[in-house]
Design a protein around this ligand. Structure first.
Ligand code: BGC
Length: 421
């Protein structure tokens, strides 16, 4: 059975029923925003939003909760809603948005969305998560994608490899970097990072139809197939290119290893670009971005959306201002240039974006047109959190050698996904 968020927090139902928002936490001209943008690049992007709001006379009350993928942030949010004191807005991904909407605790943005014409400019794939019961409940700030590799250009030149275009080419490139005495693959051993690699390995191994069947439709046959065994074999193979200090490492520290030339590449969503840019590095000169080999033409996306919570009349005007600021085309350009993502609106020019950003925008458009735009499992856009977390457990356990074989990993994956639904 699908586990609902508030089932874990019975108290919340009580406090909401009596409408007990604790007054005085955020005032009329303030917005309190819960997010997990704590790395250098993320903080720089967030600064663009804060500045925009300050210009409108709105004060930003920051509520950062570190942890990519937002797992810890969602735990903190549950506690806040339970105590009847939700933040004004919360950074959120995919199915988590719908789960919260189902609890009846989010605000209705329909009036301002209609006035702003959001329906016409936000792609359907995003609207699936921005709306609940036909009503807008979230403002999408970007579109990221997970099937990317970020490589140090000098390292690639030193070992004489061009960006690979298929799995064998990737392995050959990693071998050369390793042979040169460098860390071939910069990685942080955290479940969401292991799962981020998994997105791409599923896609390159089985193709888009297999990705849809296994990660989105959760088809037991696809999850238990020989193709999925190969996926786990390949995860184990990638594990052999990671340095011994990888457990627990934050993703941005892995990016820093590539930035400094200690490591060759990192498999990571395009928020990694924010770290390179923040370090003053230029695409094409200092680093190279390319689609995970064998996934060209497809995009596994995730969109950061700001979900507005029911906060009471006195805080409502600032909340609506925040939503409108996020949806402004100029803001979407300025913010996403820094963040590494692309705009959530289709009517924003790519003029201000670097080559990686331009490619991301084009890839997104083409993938959507050819039905190869698919939600990222690792970042909550392919299945609800209960299923995602069940997958995380098996993927991470296997990556760390806790599951003896790919056969056993596949058996556990099928069972874990079934139990989580
Ligand atoms: C978010 C990104 C964020 C990344 C790492 C992803 O889930 O969508 O905005 O930069 O996590 O924190």
């Amino acid at each position: 059975m699908r586990k609902t968020l508030l089932a874990m927090t019975g108290l919340a139902v009580l406090s909401l029923a009596v409408g007990t928002a604790v007054p005085g936490v955020a005032h009329a001209d303030e917005v309190e925003v819960l997010h997990w943008w704590t790395s250098g690049g993320e903080a720089a992007a967030l600064g663009v939003l804060k500045k925009d709001l300050e210009g409108k006379g709105i004060t930003w009350l920051d509520m950062p909760v570190a942890g990519g993928g937002g797992t810890q942030a969602m735990t903190v949010l549950r506690a806040r809603v339970s105590s009847g004191n939700p933040p004004t807005a919360v950074q959120m991904l995919g199915f988590d948005i719908l789960d919260w909407a189902e609890q009846g605790v989010v605000a209705d943005l329909n009036e301002t969305a209609t006035a702003g014409g959001w329906d016409a400019v936000v792609p359907a794939a995003l609207q699936n998560f921005s709306k609940y019961d036909g009503k807008w409940i979230a403002a999408p700030v970007n579109v990221h994608s997970t099937n990317w590799i970020w490589a140090n250009k000098a390292v690639l030149d030193q070992v004489g490899v061009a960006p690979p275009t298929d799995w064998d080419g990737l392995i050959a490139a990693l071998d050369k970097i390793k042979a040169a005495g460098l860390v071939a693959l910069a990685h942080g051993g955290q479940p969401w990072q292991d799962a981020t690699i998994f997105d791409s390995v599923v896609l390159t191994t089985g193709g888009p139809d297999f990705y849809k069947k296994s990660m989105i439709e959760l088809d037991p046959e696809a999850l238990g197939s020989d193709t999925m065994k190969t996926v786990f074999d390949r995860m184990a193979q990638l594990r052999s290119y990671v340095d011994p200090n990888f457990p627990g490492r934050d993703w941005n520290l892995a990016s820093a290893m590539v930035i400094k030339g200690e490591a060759g590449m990192q498999i990571m969503g395009d928020w990694a670009k924010g770290e390179f840019i923040n370090a003053g590095k230029k695409p094409g000169t200092d680093f190279v971005c390319f689609r995970f080999p064998g996934t060209q033409g497809s995009v596994t996306f995730n969109s950061d959306q700001f979900v507005m919570f029911e906060v009471g009349e006195e805080r409502r005007a600032a909340q609506v201002e925040l939503a409108n600021a996020i949806m402004s085309p100029d803001f979407q350009s300025a913010f996403n240039v820094v963040k590494g993502s692309v705009p959530a609106r289709t009517d924003v020019s790519d003029a201000a974006f670097d080559d990686c950003g331009k490619k991301a925008m084009l890839d997104l458009k083409e993938a959507a047109a050819s039905d190869q735009l698919m939600g990222s499992m690792a970042h909550g856009h392919s299945a609800p959190a209960s299923v995602k977390n069940a997958m995380y457990d098996v993927i991470t356990n296997h990556f760390n050698g806790g599951i003896a074989s790919s056969e056993e990993a596949v058996t556990q994956l099928v069972a874990a996904v079934a139990a989580a639904q």
